[in-house]
Design a protein around this ligand. Sequence first.
Ligand code: NAD
Length: 248
Amino acid sequence: MNTLAGKVAIVTGGGSGIGRATALLFAREGAKVVVADIDADGAAATAAEIGADGLAVPADVSDPADCERVVKSAVDGFGRLDVLFNNAGIIRRTTVLDLDAGEWDRVMAVNVRSVFLMCKYAIPAMTEGGSIVNTGSGWGLKGGGNAISYCASKAAVVNMTRALAIDHARDGIRVNSVNPGDTDTPMLREEARQLREDWAAFAADAADRPMGRAGSPEEIAQAVLFLASDASSYVTGSALVVDGGGLA
Ligand code: NAD
């Protein structure tokens, strides 16, 4: 219950799904947590659940000034920064034919530019070393149908993670990606709805889900905790897959 005792963490997209579950787990493990989300109500709800060790910061992680403000909030509010979970993300379920340039740019901005920006401001604040975890996806490691911009963005996240890990290893900063398969969050429920698929059938799809179910946000959070904590002290530049065997 104290793997992150004394640590300060930022979780982006902490108002929902995987980010929310991870923020709550980090807090249970002793961390103080900045919950950043474009959804101010979601961020506030997660921070309220954490209590005095939680701080909600409404922010658009594609915006440089917002990212700088999120990092400043952690250092000003809690005195240091040790862990950054770059998790906020969006998906558009279209082929290249139905996607306009503005939608392409938005997916890239929220999923990729955000990792660049948050790292740019967070790394100098990690004065005693730290751990950065970026949320990729199984679709960053293989292709997926009807999600052209998302697949491109998540492949970028996986390889940015490797480049960041090399550049900052000597600063005592480890950088890894966690790559979920289908996980039961509001994002995935909305995808099933857009694809007009019954949730139970969707979640049990045999081809993608050998275990016959989607993962839970808490199951992803446990993997993020491993990468965030000293338990993974010799792990950097890795792409940890948490997908119930989907990629296999
Ligand atoms: P979710 O929609 O439940 O949560 C995403 C959160 O990110 C939301 O609270 C949303 O408000 C926030 N957000 C969106 N745009 C933002 C922005 N510009 N600035 C700040 N916050 C923003 O989705 P989730 O399923 O928990 O997804 C979390 C991450 O996991 C995403 O990067 C997603 O691509 C990835 N992922 C999800 C699945 C899955 O099956 N759910 C699978 C693989 C990867």
